[in-house]
Design a protein around this ligand. Structure first.
Ligand SMILES: [Zn+2]
Length: 254
């Protein structure tokens, strides 16, 4: 991982060493001693061999966040599940009373703020700048989730029914990540050719999810004598957490 280092003079930092594969870009303080300070962030685009402006902030640290930044969906879902954790793929934006408003959205939420202009995230960044994790009318809220990773739960299961339920839950992770990817892709490129993969991915995910629901019901019946148990929301959040991690590990978020 490239690290930030002070440049040749005060007021500039580079991410990694220029000319190397790790190089990510730089931030520079505006000249002229403005108050508050203004820092501009530029990201290196290796494919174009050029820097692109990606953000403006009042501290070097915030500006650094914009370079190779990670952008998450800004939709607040509810008190149980908190903010949407999926990668942002588009920006909805409008100008209201002279001020530009914008919201970063994942594929699933790309229909929110209907009527606002819809721009792919990288295009918005190079035109208006974008700082990751800007306050979203307050801070990002992630309610705590007190469940072990699914792989661990499988190993620790004390009955066959419990083990099967965890395995079925684990089998939802990848299809959910794929479905999120294709929803995002379709939100960015709403073409007929992308509709097929999206609905296939949705079918795979639905089947895996239904199977997990069934196995959970079996587990609750066999081990606890409870009939018709529904999958608890925390279990769905656990699957989502692992699917988000899976999607990010594949760098397929966009
Ligand atoms: Zn979302």
């Amino acid at each position: 991982m490239a690290e930030w280092r002070q440049g040749g003079y005060d007021g500039v930092f580079y991410l990694g060493e220029k000319g190397t594969e790790q190089y990510g870009g730089y931030v520079v303080r505006a000249r002229g001693g403005t108050n508050p300070e203004v820092w501009f962030a530029y990201e290196w685009d290796a494919s174009k061999e050029a820097h692109a402006w990606v953000g403006r902030a009042t501290t070097a640290e915030d500006a650094q966040e914009a370079v190779k930044g990670e952008f998450l969906c800004e939709v607040y879902r509810d008190d149980v599940t908190g903010h949407c954790p999926w990668p942002g793929v588009i920006v909805r934006t409008t100008v209201y009373r002279g001020e530009r408003l914008r919201m970063i959205l994942c594929g699933a939420h790309s229909g929110v703020m209907r009527g606002w202009e819809r721009v792919r995230i990288e295009e918005y960044r190079t035109e208006h700048g974008l700082i990751p994790n800007d306050p979203i009318i307050g801070k990002r809220i992630i309610p705590p989730l007190d469940l072990p990773p699914i792989g661990e739960a499988v190993l620790k299961a004390s009955t066959l029914a419990e083990r099967n339920a965890w395995i079925a839950l684990g089998n939802v992770v990848r299809p959910l990540a794929d479905y999120a990817y294709w929803r995002g892709h379709y939100a960015r490129y709403p073409l007929d050719v992308n509709e097929g993969p999206r609905s296939n991915a949705r079918e795979h995910w639905k089947r895996a999810q239904e199977r997990a629901e069934g196995m959970y019901a079996v587990y609750m019946r066999e081990d606890y004598g409870q009939n018709g148990a529904a999958l608890p929301p925390d279990f769905l959040r656990l699957v989502e957490r692992e699917a988000v991690a899976h999607l990010k590990s594949q760098k397929r978020g966009k």
